[in-house]
Ligand binder design. Structure first.
Ligand SMILES: [Zn+2]
Length: 187
């Protein structure tokens, strides 16, 4: 059995090459950081299902595409280093993964959602959000209260029947120090 061509510090098993090698770990760390979710690297099977829940069908497929392209690019890099003596930086491998996942989004079907979990994935790979309903924004301004007064700003939203609601608020005094922060959901 030969040594890992990335770290030269361990036997070249599949588990080490794709999941454990500290050099390759930088790729999974980049993906975990980008989607704000710590991926489970205990096995390939665990990795494939890790971070899939709470995302739309479209973004779940994007995530699968990302993981498979990570595996593929690690394999290609290993072959390049072993048989052609050509080494790429981790950053250039990540750029290649990003480009491949972006390209793969063209053949994916379905819609995305307004969730942050979806947003982070589509932003990481520069893919369209594919929202079934476009986002709408309401511009608001905040002015500090007069002396010895407290100002409370509260927003709320309601979706669906029966409605699922959210309310949140933030209270500040004249010095803009926070007095109270509230938030909660009810469905
Ligand atoms: Zn290694």
């Amino acid at each position: 059995m030969s040594f890992c061509c990335f770290c030269f510090n361990a036997a070249e098993t599949s588990e080490h090459l794709f999941l454990v090698c500290p050099e390759i770990w930088n790729i999974w760390s980049w993906l975990s950081d980008g989607i704000h979710f710590q991926l489970d690297l205990s096995s390939a099977q665990a990795l494939l299902v890790s971070g899939q829940s709470r995302r739309s069908g479209y973004v779940q497929m994007l995530m699968i595409s990302a993981k498979l392209h990570c595996f593929w690019c690690i394999w290609v890099e290993q072959n390049n280093q072993k048989f052609q003596s050509k080494a790429s930086s981790i950053q250039s491998i990540i750029c290649k993964i990003t480009a491949e996942v972006h390209l793969s989004s063209n053949i994916l079907v379905g819609h995305g959602s307004h969730s942050m979990a979806d947003y982070r994935v589509t932003q990481l790979f520069h893919c369209p959000s594919r929202l079934s309903q476009p986002l709408s924004f309401i511009a608001v301004s905040w002015f500090p209260p007069h002396n010895a007064q407290i100002k409370a700003n509260i927003d709320g939203s309601s979706f669906g029947l029966p409605p699922s609601t959210f309310i949140g608020g933030d209270s500040q005094n004249q010095g803009r120090s926070q007095i109270l922060n509230i938030g909660g959901t009810k469905s």
